[in-house]
Design a protein around this ligand. Structure first.
Ligand code: GLC
Length: 721
């Protein structure tokens, strides 16, 4: 933090410091007038939203300032391209400069626990590595313009149902391995200026008032030095939130929260130093904003960028008999379905776009010799735009099913058997394809692709852009196959994350379930070969070759698995990816470096990351289920063992060299007798804690022996298997 921030705060009154910890109004931090030596602090503007500015200058119901509507996060994620997302973030930052916005309220990086979550379009992936790397790129892009990014919603905000109260009941391992790592990666690698607490409770405590989350974890463990802002309306007890680490309450509860803070400091409930630190973080953000320079909003260039990014993010799910790309020769094309498909979701992220493409007009422009009709009967090919009406996918509500509108799937059934159908899916979260996919010769998952979706779709359908997107969320055959199905959205203000770490492909793979299209899936108009996999210690490399006849890009995915472990681990977990662009016949060597953390799991026994010794599977895939190369690596590490106490089981005492020796010695020393042959009884008493054996009259296990064992016995690190 800039020392100047602390110096400014040191000269402020208690009232001024309290005022800084609330917004000045709905979209601004507070202004503090300087007097005498105390420097003034000007207000700065915070504005949504993750995929385009939603600068509100009028009332809540007035249109917001026009801005470029980029593809939403779920669409961007399918590009698996951090560089592209960084470029998008930079453009967003330029528009923030043009509109005098200091902080963009995004990206949202919550994990897609269920396809039903209404805000999945605003989030990146079902996998924390992919979500973290892409969100970090977005933050870096925005902040390259001296505009702050505000990572959200911290944490475990994975549904909209009852979102202001529901408690996400998540065990530590699941939290650490699934719902926190994306936040952790962004905080530790890209330094967001701000992070937004979510509305929900985490294990019964509001995140805005959760000291473990906001101070012990976020600041003490991860080293976050930015500002914590509440989601709008997420503070229920401002003093508790201040103590936990929420620096700024939005929107401000003037006359209530400020008075509560002042009272708490005056009564000694809150040390003034705590208030000073929070006020200083708000001032620090204002000072950082002073480096921001105005900019002009080049809407044409940003529209072109939005189109390029969208096209790079579209996923070719299916392409039977190479019906795509559409030929340039005279074609009669029938367009059916949603005439103006959705290109963004509803709620606080909804942008007032500068302009929007008409997909049919763009297709016509791209195929000047084509004839368009709305009569599928004459047509050479049928292009069906599928998806929901604008706003169906929205903040504030979850879906109850993952089906397309019935009239759309019925239409496809009626049209099947006529001209080949090319389905274009314009949805933010996944929809079921198994009930209608058979009718379509090709399926392009376009996503909610922003204001230039129409042009991007035309670019992909005509082959001007060779699709290279990969699914960042599994498309299941049925909703009920989803790991979270039985525990979503919970009841009575509790939602149990009972599936644990088995979220998305982790769950489908662990259950051996078939899916419609797997995580990481995406076809191309060319093909790619994978060869020469090498594992040199933790360095994994392979060669990818464009074996087709047109340039294309491939996302090479690295998955690891630990089939033999103290805990149940998913069959494979994404630990690296790289997007390579290759001309026909060209090859590239791709290299990944695995770290201890990549190979570890979070142990609730040891309350830390644990790397177990043994053999790990290493898979290189074109998707999580299109594994092209496999090998194994052997990890040499001490097997962690819990410290032994009388509550440790007989089996744990006997398995540990030091434990077995100490138990034997204590029995001999105190009872004067040799211990019984515990190994012979291990099947029967092996899982008994030692302390339960005293009343069982097991020879040698006397209260005196147990009393000497109260002093924990340091475990012997087992030599690697
Ligand atoms: C909302 C959203 C949050 C948004 C904020 C300001 O309710 O949850 O994502 O940034 O309010 O609009």
């Amino acid at each position: 933090m800039n020392q100047m921030a602390r110096d400014i705060v040191a000269k402020l009154t208690l009232e001024q410091k309290a005022a800084l910890c609330l917004g000045g109004d709905f979209w601004h931090t507070a202004a503090v007038k300087g007097d005498g030596e105390a420097g003034g602090v000007e207000p700065v503007t915070l504005s949504d939203g993750p995929h385009g500015l939603r600068r509100q200058t009028g009332t809540f119901f007035d249109p917001t300032e026009p801005a470029t509507c980029f593809p939403t996060a779920s669409c961007l994620a399918a590009s698996w391209d951090p560089d592209l997302i960084r470029e998008t973030g930079a453009a967003l930052g330029v528009e923030a400069r043009a509109q005098d916005v200091a902080v963009v309220l995004g990206p949202g990086v919550n994990i897609k626990r269920s396809p039903l979550c209404g805000r999945n379009f605003e989030y990146f992936a079902e996998d924390p590595v992919l979500a973290g790397r892409l969100a970090a790129a977005m933050v870096e892009g925005i902040q390259s313009q001296h505009v702050g990014a505000c990572l959200k919603h911290f944490a475990a905000n994975n549904q909209e149902t009852d979102r202001m109260r529901v408690s996400a009941d998540v065990d530590d391992r699941t939290l650490r391995e699934i719902y926190l790592p994306a936040f952790e990666h962004v905080v530790t690698s890209s330094g967001p200026w701000a992070i937004m607490t979510s509305y929900n409770c985490l294990n019964g405590r509001y995140t805005s008032q959760n000291e473990w989350l906001l101070t012990q974890l976020l600041r003490d463990e991860w080293g976050f030095s930015g500002m914590v802002v509440s989601d709008w309306g997420a503070v229920h007890d401002r003093v508790a939130a201040l103590q936990a680490g929420t620096d700024l309450e939005m929107p401000p509860n003037h006359g209530i929260s400020d008075k509560a803070i002042i009272g708490a400091v005056q009564s000694g409930v809150v040390a003034e130093a705590v208030l000073d630190e929070s006020a200083a973080r708000v001032v620090d953000l204002v000072l950082r904003s002073r480096d921001r320079q105005p900019a002009s909003q080049d809407t044409d260039a940003h529209h072109a960028l939005a189109r390029r990014v969208a096209a790079e993010s579209m996923v070719l799910l299916k392409n039977e008999n190479a019906v795509l790309p559409l030929a340039a020769e005279p074609l009669t094309i029938a367009v059916v379905g949603e005439r103006y498909p959705a290109f963004q979701g509803g709620g606080s992220s909804q942008v007032n776009p500068v302009t929007t493409d008409d997909p049919v007009a763009e297709l016509a422009a791209a195929l000047p010799s084509a004839t368009f009709t709305d009569d599928p009967g004459s047509a050479d090919v049928i292009v069906a735009f599928l998806g929901f009406e604008q706003g169906t996918e929205s903040e504030g509500r979850d879906r109850t099913d993952i089906d397309l509108p019935e009239e759309q799937t019925e239409l496809l059934a009626q049209l099947s058997g006529r001209a080949p159908i090319v389905a274009v899916l314009c949805t933010g979260s996944v929809v079921r394809t198994s009930t209608w996919g058979i009718y379509a010769r090709a399926i392009v998952h376009a996503g909610l692709a922003g204001e230039a979706a129409g042009g991007a779709i035309a670019d992909v359908l005509t082959g001007k852009v060779n699709p290279s997107g990969k699914l960042a969320e599994t498309i299941p055959l049925r909703l009920r196959d989803c790991p979270s199905y039985l525990n979503f959205p919970g009841e009575e203000s509790h939602v149990r994350y009972a599936e644990g770490v088995f979220v998305g492909y982790r769950g489908f793979d662990a259950s051996g379930l078939e899916v419609a299209y797997p995580f990481g899936h995406g076809l191309s108009y060319t093909t790619f070969g994978y060869t020469d996999l090498a594992a040199n210690g933790r360095t994994i490399s392979c060669t990818v070759t464009n074996t087709g006849d047109r340039p294309g890009a491939e996302v090479v995915q690295l998955y690891i698995g630990d089939p033999v472990s103290r805990v149940h681990r998913p069959p494979r977990e994404l630990k690296g990816f790289a997007k390579v662009r290759l001309d026909p016949g060209a090859s590239e060597r791709v290299t990944f470096q695995l770290t201890d953390r990549d190979l570890s799991y979070w142990s609730t026994t040891f309350a830390r990351w644990v790397l177990e010794p043994g053999e790990f599977s290493v898979e290189i895939g074109s998707s999580s289920r299109d594994i092209r190369l496999t090998t194994t690596i052997n990890i040499d590490a001490p097997m962690p063992r819990p410290t032994l106490t009388p509550m440790s089981t007989v089996r744990e005492w006997l398995e540990d060299h030091a434990g077995r020796d100490r138990l034997t010695a204590m029995i001999k020393q105190i009872t004067g007798e040799d211990p019984i042959d515990f190994d012979a009884l291990a099947d029967f008493i092996g899982d008994f804690p030692l302390s339960t054996l005293a009343p069982m009259q097991i020879p040698g296990i006397t209260p005196a022996v147990l009393a000497t064992l109260e002093a924990p016995t340091p475990a012997t690190p087992a030599t690697p298997a």
